[in-house]
Write a protein that binds this ligand. Structure first.
Ligand SMILES: O=C[C@H](O)COP(=O)(O)O
Length: 258
């Protein structure tokens, strides 16, 4: 049974003081003992992680956290980079790898994404591997082939034991920050294909263990339809994740009137 995961990717928003304020609001909203149906994660900028760690550890909060990227290297002369070891030391559970904004603005290709996935595993971090097509690919009807190729590229040299814990986020690039949300059926089509390919690359045990998220303009108003799809196990939320009220509603999607 896959536990739904709702992860908030804050992107380059909120300084460490603003991060503390947001996490405190989330902690209050999820303080009821019954709220264990969904795993809630926040993915702040690096500069906020120590503050978030202190808050989560100190108050035993039911929120986990992670980073938005990591270096493929473990240590050394790589100015500006942050290693998996550093993130692990900060108590990170997750690290996003291969987000389309990294692929687009930092020219990260499948080879770099693959090295970063391996780096995450070396430091016991769970990668949230982002895959998804741009508008031209979608218009050509090539979204499934494109996304599966990204998945295969990212998983080279990744063992079945490692792959079992990965989180895959299907994020059609044309739906990110645009207000254009894929229909639940669009999301299901690609998420189902990803699961089938995981079974082909590994086995059915891996395929049924892996959580596959949808990301792209997720809001409280569309989360229920997305979560109703059999191969969608959660959401990677961007813009709406820095609005406490909206993010809480998304995380509590199962309690919303249908
Ligand atoms: O990582 C999150 C995705 O890029 C989605 O962002 P968005 O919810 O602002 O469209």
């Amino acid at each position: 049974m896959r536990k739904p995961l709702i992860a908030g990717n804050w992107k380059m928003n909120l300084n460490h003081l603003e991060a503390i304020a947001l996490v405190q609001k989330l902690a209050f909203a999820f303080s009821d003992k019954d709220f264990d149906k969904v795993e809630v994660a926040v993915l702040p900028p690096y500069t906020d992680l120590r503050s978030v760690q202190t808050l989560v550890d100190g108050d035993k909060l039911r929120v986990v956290y992670g980073a938005q990227d990591l270096s493929q290297h473990d240590a050394g002369a790589y100015t500006g980079e942050i290693s998996g070891a550093m993130l692990a030391k900060l108590g990170c559970t997750f690290v996003v790898v291969g987000h389309s904004e990294r692929r687009q603005y930092h020219r990260e290709d499948d080879d770099i994404v693959n090295l970063k996935v391996q780096a995450a595993y070396r430091h016991s971090l769970t990668p949230i591997l982002c895959v998804g097509e741009g508008l031209a690919v979608r218009q050509a009807g090539e979204q499934v082939a494109h996304t599966l190729a990204q998945l295969e590229g990212a998983l080279r040299k990744v063992s079945a034991k490692q792959a079992q814990s990965i989180v895959v986020a299907y994020e059609p690039v044309w739906a990110i920050g645009t207000g254009e949300v894929a229909t639940p059926e669009d999301a299901q089509e690609v998420c189902a294909a990803l699961r089938v390919r995981l079974a082909e690359l590994y086995d059915s045990e891996v395929a049924s263990a892996v959580r596959i998220l949808y990301g792209g303009s997720v809001k409280s108003g569309n989360i229920a339809g997305i979560m109703a799809q059999p191969d969608v196990d959660g959401a990677l939320v961007g813009g709406a994740s820095i609005d406490a009220g909206e993010f809480v509603k998304i995380c509590r999607f199962s309690e919303m009137p249908g």
